[in-house]
Ligand binder design. Structure first.
Ligand SMILES: Cc1cc2nc3c(=O)[nH]c(=O)nc-3n(C[C@H](O)[C@H](O)[C@H](O)COP(=O)(O)OP(=O)(O)OC[C@H]3O[C@@H](n4cnc5c(N)ncnc54)[C@H](O)[C@@H]3O)c2cc1C
Length: 501
């Protein structure tokens, strides 16, 4: 059988591996860390289970589709609940807004935020739905290797409604006048990649995902998705090796990748899919003559933020928090500038608190709370203990005010994770958390390519290539690269027969 090696066991790597195995390839995944999941790793400590990265389960249709493609269902692997309310937002002057899990209450909420807000939201979400359907059902499945893929009547027809050349801020402001409504709709852009004024209005599809499709939670935590995907991959015959850091991709004189070296052992392959951070693969695993991009290309890329994260075990229950809580109560313009325009550590950060023990008793011991603090931060800033601790104190002080109880002295588990950890644990370029910013010049055809133009059996997948950052896009990225490979390097007749048998 054709042998495929996949570097990295993040969502994209596992997805690529499973799709290739289903198509008949013999697949091995090599992962540098102790277990699968990449940015969706899990950390267990003193009875607490911490998801180390993603916590928002959005776009459930993408997960359904993923498992269905293999004749399975999400519920074969984990139990999913819709959160209602989806999340709580803390605004200045003690304004708190809970985002309801059903549309009727959502429209009533927007009616309270501003005159005719519910009707405006209906219009906004209808437009966002059209973008979601065009984007998620079609555009994200194109490998974006050539412009010609997009010269297609069905796409040209959709261009006006995609609003590629309008900013998200402009689209939101054209309908909504209240600060609270605008900020609520801009939040995904702020946290996921760029200033809303630099984000194409296309990305209001995220608002549709958030407000209409809802926020879900897999019982046991987000890592349950990874566990499910690994089980499925193993059922398909994929073999995983952990603590197996790829040190080099071996390319012969004719520009064919022969395999990789791990701990000085050579693993041979007919093709390689790199699911590790794109920049790491190019700059550390490949000789300069085989790279797609020079360092100058990467210097020009706009990265999505990194993050300062704390995983906390709290020895008491905390009031006034939901599962997801966003603190938007400081100067949002200043915060945007600290992250995107003039990168520096924010003095008064906006931040996010995830408290999954509010909905899941399995992630914290009885009577205790599992708390995850995340503060977006510009990538590649100096990262020291004292810089971290100052913001830690700021966030926990605020938690004390909100919860009306002392928190600092109830912390029994504490682990920080920031730029340096992203670099060392995931080989993340400039310590990024979510890949490239969602700007027009970094969308689809403009993203780093899935193919290596010089090594014809080397491919890339993951959040730094198409379709982009986030769990659902990473799942799709693995599928797109596997489909591209099987079209480009078809199996022999016998291999196809064996795969079908
Ligand atoms: C803190 C945080 C919060 C997030 N929140 C959300 C959220 O709520 N919802 C959402 O949808 N998305 C969220 N995201 C984004 C989402 O997690 C990522 O887009 C997605 O997990 C990326 O998957 P990936 O497979 O591309 O990369 P990764 O998960 O980074 O996988 C790459 C893998 O390659 C491995 N690797 C690297 N170098 C080597 C090597 N030389 N040899 C072998 N293995 C190697 C790494 O260890 C890693 O396991 C969040 C991300 C972070 C960091």
């Amino acid at each position: 059988m054709s042998k495929a090696l996949v570097i990295g066991s993040g969502f994209a790597g596992i997805s690529a591996a499973s799709h290739l195995a289903q198509k008949g390839y013999e697949v091995k995944v090599l992962e540098k860390n102790e277990g699968a999941g990449g940015r969706c790793s899990v950390w267990h400590k003193d009875g607490f289970t911490f998801d180390m990265g993603p916590s928002w389960y959005w776009m459930p249709d993408v997960f359904d589709r993923y498992f269905n493609q293999f004749g399975k269902q999400v519920q074969d692997y984990y139990h999913l609940d819709r959160l209602d309310p989806g999340y709580r937002v803390f605004f200045p002057e003690d304004l708190r807004v809970d985002i309801p899990g059903n549309e009727m209450e959502l429209f009533q909420l927007f009616d309270r935020l501003e005159e005719n807000g519910g009707n405006k939201l209906k219009i906004f979400l209808n437009n966002a739905k059209a973008k979601y359907e065009a984007g998620m059902n079609d555009l994200v499945h194109r490998p974006s290797i050539s412009f010609t893929e997009f010269i297609d009547f069905s796409i040209v027809k959709q261009v006006p409604k995609l609003k590629l050349f309008t900013s998200l801020t402009a689209e939101i402001s054209s309908l909504f006048t209240s600060e609270a409504a605008r900020k609520l709709l801009e939040f995904p852009a702020y946290f996921l990649g760029a200033l809303p004024k630099d984000t194409p209005a296309l990305y209001s599809l995220m608002n549709y995902a958030d407000l209409s499709l809802g926020t879900w939670y897999p019982q046991g935590g987000m890592h349950q998705i990874i566990k499910g995907m690994v089980s499925l991959a193993e059922e398909l015959g994929v073999h995983f090796e952990y603590n197996a850091e790829v040190e080099k991709i071996l390319v012969d004189e004719n520009g064919r990748a022969r395999g990789v070296s791990v701990n000085e052992i050579t693993y041979e392959a007919d093709l390689i899919v790199a699911g590790a951070d794109y920049h790491h693969v190019e700059s550390k695993l490949l000789e300069p003559k085989w790279r797609n991009y020079r360092e100058g290309f990467w210097d020009k890329q706009v990265m999505a933020p990194s993050s300062l994260i704390y995983y906390l075990g709290i020895d008491k229950r905390l009031d006034n928090l939901l599962h997801h809580n966003l603190f938007f109560d400081e100067d949002i313009e200043q915060f945007g500038s600290d992250i995107y325009s003039k990168p520096q550590w924010p003095e008064k950060p906006l931040f996010y608190v995830c408290c999954p023990s509010k909905t899941d008793t399995s992630v914290a011991p009885k009577g205790k709370e599992n708390v995850f603090l995340l503060m977006p931060l510009a990538p590649d800033l100096e990262d020291t203990e004292s810089l971290r601790e100052k913001r830690f104190k700021f966030m926990v002080d605020k938690l004390e005010t909100i919860t009306g109880t002392s928190v600092h002295d109830a912390i029994s588990v504490k682990r920080g994770f920031c730029i340096n950890d992203f670099k060392s644990r995931y080989h993340a370029y400039r310590g990024n958390a979510y890949g490239l910013a969602n700007t027009l010049r970094q969308t689809a055809i403009f993203k780093p390519k899935m193919i290596n133009k010089k090594v014809n059996n080397l491919f890339y997948t993951g959040q730094l290539t198409v379709p982009g950052p986030g769990v659902p896009p990473s799942l799709i990225s693995g599928e797109v690269v596997a489909n591209y490979i099987s079209n480009k390097i078809p199996l022999t007749q016998k291999e196809t027969y064996d795969a079908l048998a």
